[in-house]
Design a protein around this ligand. Structure first.
Ligand SMILES: [Zn+2]
Length: 371
């Protein structure tokens, strides 16, 4: 079975489809919970599955340093190691290396960096990044790219994008094709629309199984991000999946889906779950807030997760005040459940061609975060 994408419905630029992989089929548009170090933090794999999540993400940077790719490979790959037989997408490691700043040196061939754990020296090239993800047995491998810093000038962005395109060609050559496995290229080019178009054309010329849009949600703001999507998505082939990396808030997801993006990942719902913030159908709640201290109501009456069906806001408030680990566990469960139900609603709306009205009613119900 080849890795392939089947569109099943469209509504404007938005589309619903099926992603067929060696490890199962994924309904799109899809949100992928982030399992940085082989676990979606504070969640068992069964709990993640119970939210409806069908594909998770792993971070090559963290996994290569600890426990190491050789160890994961020897233990049967990431699917077995993490009890996730379903599809797994791994990033290339580039983003973490770049965001850990001072510890790295970039050259034309790759990047040398020191571990944030023990200071040990490591090297990542386009070929090594592909090989590590092969050792993990990643369903979807991402090419190594240079995450252009924001802000950057046009000339800096052009040079960086061109380097990423040379690396993308090397990753393609290094990738070992297997049935149901995929290699995705990453469109770069910062906020410059012509560079995005050139990057997309360069990647299509190389030929990938899917196309990601990288280098966004790095400080450019939502409207600039949406402008880049408007300028990029029309250059991507309608036959292939599109993945917006590292995005985002529920409102970002609505905007991305409406512009034709199929796949998203972000640490927001999991990170928020550990810091007492709940995403709900009425907006964001901070469960540490004193106004929840005696509230018997659930976090979100519309939600079917254990935090909402078994517990009150007052209980969650108490858990966070008492620094009980069940607080982050329950609230992460809730937030992932909310993100999955949000995406399910968008898929249904696309199929009934009511996405614009559905998105408007979601936005109208979200209230600003109370103090
Ligand atoms: Zn819930």
């Amino acid at each position: 079975m080849n890795f392939h994408f089947t569109p099943i419905a469209t509504d404007g630029a938005a589309r619903a489809g099926l992603l067929h992989t060696a490890h199962g089929t994924v309904e799109t548009p899809v949100f992928m919970p982030v399992g940085t170090a082989g676990t979606v933090k504070a969640m068992t794999a069964d709990a993640v599955r119970s939210t409806g999540a069908s594909i998770i993400l792993g971070n090559t940077y963290h996994l290569m340093l600890r426990p190491g790719a050789d160890r994961i490979e020897a233990l049967g790959g990431l699917h077995r190691f993490a009890d996730w037989p379903g599809p797994i997408l791994t990033d290339s490691g580039g983003f973490q290396i770049m965001s850990l700043g001072a510890l790295r040196t970039l050259d034309a061939d790759g990047v040398t960096f020191r571990s944030h754990l023990d200071g040990s020296k490591h090297r990542l090239t386009p070929e090594i990044a592909v090989h590590l993800q092969d050792q993990f047995d990643s369903t979807i491998t991402m090419v190594l790219d240079e995450c252009t810093k924001f802000p950057s000038t046009y000339a800096e962005t052009e040079t960086s994008m061109a380097l990423s395109m040379r690396w993308a060609a090397r990753a393609r050559a290094a990738f070992r094709p297997r049935d149901g496995y995929a290699l995705f290229g990453i469109v770069q080019g910062g906020i410059f629309h012509d560079l995005r178009a050139r990057s997309a054309a360069a990647l299509i010329d190389i030929g990938f199984d899917g196309y990601a849009i990288g280098g966004l949600a790095v400080g450019e703001g939502q409207s600039a991000m949406f402008d880049v999507l408007d300028a990029t998505v029309p250059h991507l082939p309608p036959t292939h999946p599109r993945y917006l990396m590292g995005v985002g808030t529920p409102d970002d997801l609505l905007g991305g889906v409406a512009r034709g993006v199929d796949m998203f990942d972000c640490v927001m719902p999991t990170r928020a779950g550990r810091t007492a913030r709940a995403y709900t159908s009425r907006g964001v709640l901070n469960l540490r807030n004193a106004r929840h201290a005696a509230d018997p109501a659930p976090i979100d009456p519309a939600c079917g997760c254990p935090a909402c069906t078994k517990h009150s806001r007052a209980y969650l408030h108490h858990l966070f005040r008492a620094s009980e680990m069940l607080g982050p566990m329950l609230l992460t469960w809730h937030n992932i459940t909310y993100y999955q139900s949000l995406m399910r609603g968008l898929r249904t709306a696309i199929q009934s061609r009511t996405l614009a009205a559905h998105a408007a009613s979601l936005r109208a119900a979200w209230q600003p975060l109370a103090p």
